[in-house]
Design a protein around this ligand. Structure first.
Ligand code: ADP
Length: 322
């Protein structure tokens, strides 16, 4: 294998740049030429590519986002678009592809690999941490830390004014981010898409906390909760109790910012593992973290397998919220 390419696709997150840097430098260390594809699948279809060298990735280990840019490309769901993508790779003599993406991008990657027999390795990224087959996706640790830092600040106001705050965090329809954040900031409650929300039980739980002497309450709400968004839930709480909750939706700040040390190191390990896998003849594999070890699993697992919320963390959240 003499020449490989790399792209980032789907929603951006911290950790992409350290991973890009690792893919580029591992390829170069093995005497392989590396091509960066801009703007994900869109750029592959439009033939937007650049030759990368060690300096292309200088000074990016501490940067959020992706220097290769990213995009969403509905067209890539069509076989004709993937055919065009494959012929662009072929024309450039690209013999292997590394795709850093979430479950959607990795689904597209599986289809491309199946359609063309192109050796392809996926690397999981998403602050939602919901990619199948791996305990960890790049960006999650940084997003947790960003949300915790924000909620620590909100706690100051909640305590000073003896208030209840509902803080909505991202995660789409999964609660990994909300659960981790709730544990780390000592929330009095957490509402998760995977657990049916009972507003009456939540009000009773908050009341118990108040009677136990707590002056402020924070409830972390996952954006995909079945009881609605944080504003709708606040309304339901005030309809059923004497609380007058305040709402804060953290939004896009969770997807940006400098990657945490953990995301930098994990990005480095994931990137090197992907290039090593291509060089040893692997194809259609996902780089995964399992039980603390970086390994390879079948690429299709990324979008076929549904990860369960860790039971022990759910129990911990219940115990510590009292
Ligand atoms: P993420 O990769 O972060 O999960 P998306 O779900 O938005 O983000 O997917 C990113 C891109 O991956 C889409 O815009 C599309 O180009 C491609 N993609 C997503 N799902 C599929 C699919 N089922 N088949 C082919 N391509 C897909």
């Amino acid at each position: 294998m003499k020449r490989i390419a790399l792209l980032t696709s789907g929603g951006d997150c911290p950790g992409l740049n350290p991973c890009i840097r690792s893919v580029v430098r591992t390829a170069l260390a093995n005497g392989i030429e590396i091509i960066g594809i801009h703007r994900g699948w869109r750029g592959l279809i439009d033939n937007e590519m650049e030759h990368m060298d060690a300096r292309s990735v200088a000074g990016i280990v501490n940067l959020g986002g992706t220097v290769l840019r990213s995009s969403r490309c509905p067209e890539f769901r069509e076989p004709e678009a993937r055919e065009k993508a494959a012929s662009n790779l072929l024309e450039r003599g690209i013999e292997g592809l590394v795709v850093i993406g979430g479950d959607g991008s990795l689904n597209g990657a599986s289809k491309l690999a199946r359609q063309t027999n192109l050796p392809l390795i996926g690397i999981p990224k998403t602050i939602d941490n919901d990619v199948g087959g791996t305990d960890y996706a790049l960006g999650f640790d940084t997003a947790v830390n960003t949300a915790v830092e924000a909620i620590d600040k909100i706690r100051d106001t909640a305590t000073s004014h003896e208030r209840l705050f509902l803080v909505e965090v991202m995660g789409r329809n999964r609660g990994f981010l909300a659960l981790q954040v709730a544990l780390a900031c000592g929330a009095e409650g957490v509402l998760l898409p995977e657990v049916p929300t009972d507003i009456t039980a939540l009000c009773a739980q908050l009341e118990r906390c108040r009677e136990a002497g707590k002056v402020s309450s924070i409830v972390v709400v996952a954006e995909g909760d079945d009881a609605g968004n944080a504003y709708e839930i606040a309304q339901k709480i005030s309809d059923q109790s004497d609380y007058d909750p305040r709402v804060s939706v953290l939004g896009y700040i969770q997807r940006g910012g400098a990657p945490s040390a953990a995301d930098r190191v994990q990005g480095g390990l994931f990137g090197k593992t992907a290039v090593d896998a291509l060089l040893s003849g692997e194809s259609s594999k996902l780089v995964a973290s399992r039980n603390g070890q970086v390994t390879l699993v079948e690429l299709e697992v990324a979008w076929k397998e549904t990860r369960e919320l860790p039971e022990d963390l759910l129990e911990l959240a219940r115990i510590l919220a009292s």
